[in-house]
Write a protein that binds this ligand. Structure first.
Ligand SMILES: C[S@@+](CC[C@H](N)C(=O)[O-])C[C@H]1O[C@@H](n2cnc3c(N)ncnc32)[C@H](O)[C@@H]1O
Length: 170
């Protein structure tokens, strides 16, 4: 009985540390609902000419949808090894490996200049920390679509306020 309790406590502590770590590097995991994924890509008017980057790609749903439905190329960056592995398997299973690439690591240190569309579902303070990188690396005309969180002080180009989806153009 006592061994079972110790295992339970250890698992709980690991879970809490995992959650806290995710938040400290950018945002905890929370998949965007599929209808919001479609709305984000529609708001950005994604086409087959686009390269969509999802910074913190979770299970890869934004990337797979951008490739499968909108014909875009898509690149995801994911720091959580389990989510990265899961997203990689999901892309494989979706048959979109030719169009979708997933990078393991921290989006703050990855090159994102190849994007024509950036999709984000992160955290307010993380969006603000990303501002300088986005301004520095993205080409003029690149669309940035953020779910839930706005960019403080940036002029919105378009939005779906009832869906808490906000778009900016570099
Ligand atoms: C709220 S989830 C969004 C997942 C996905 N984009 C979606 O819309 O369904 C945020 C994701 O970002 C990842 N993440 C947080 N900080 C990161 C960082 N610095 N570099 C790469 N990925 C990060 C988390 O591991 C998590 O999977």
């Amino acid at each position: 009985m006592i061994q079972f309790l110790i295992i339970l406590v250890v698992v709980f502590v690991i879970y809490v540390l995992w959650k806290y770590w995710a938040l400290s590097v950018g945002a905890g995991y929370d998949p965007a609902p599929m209808d919001k994924v479609h709305k984000m890509l529609e708001l950005a008017r994604v086409t087959s000419d686009d390269t969509v980057f999802d910074l913190g790609c979770g299970d890869g749903r934004v990337l797979i949808t951008a490739a499968k439905i909108y014909g875009a190329h898509a690149v995801g960056i994911e720091i959580d090894p389990l989510r990265f592995l899961f997203a990689w398997l999901m892309v494989l299973a979706s048959g979109q490996s030719r169009r979708v690439k997933i990078m393991f690591g921290n989006f703050f240190t990855k090159e994102i200049g190849g994007a024509t569309v950036i999709v984000l579902f992160l955290y307010g303070p993380t969006n603000n920390r990303l501002k300088e990188k986005l301004r520095r690396e993205l080409r003029p005309g690149t669309r940035i679509v953020s779910y839930v969180w706005e960019f403080e002080g940036w002029q919105m180009a378009d939005s779906l306020p009832e869906d808490t989806i906000y778009m900016y153009v570099i």
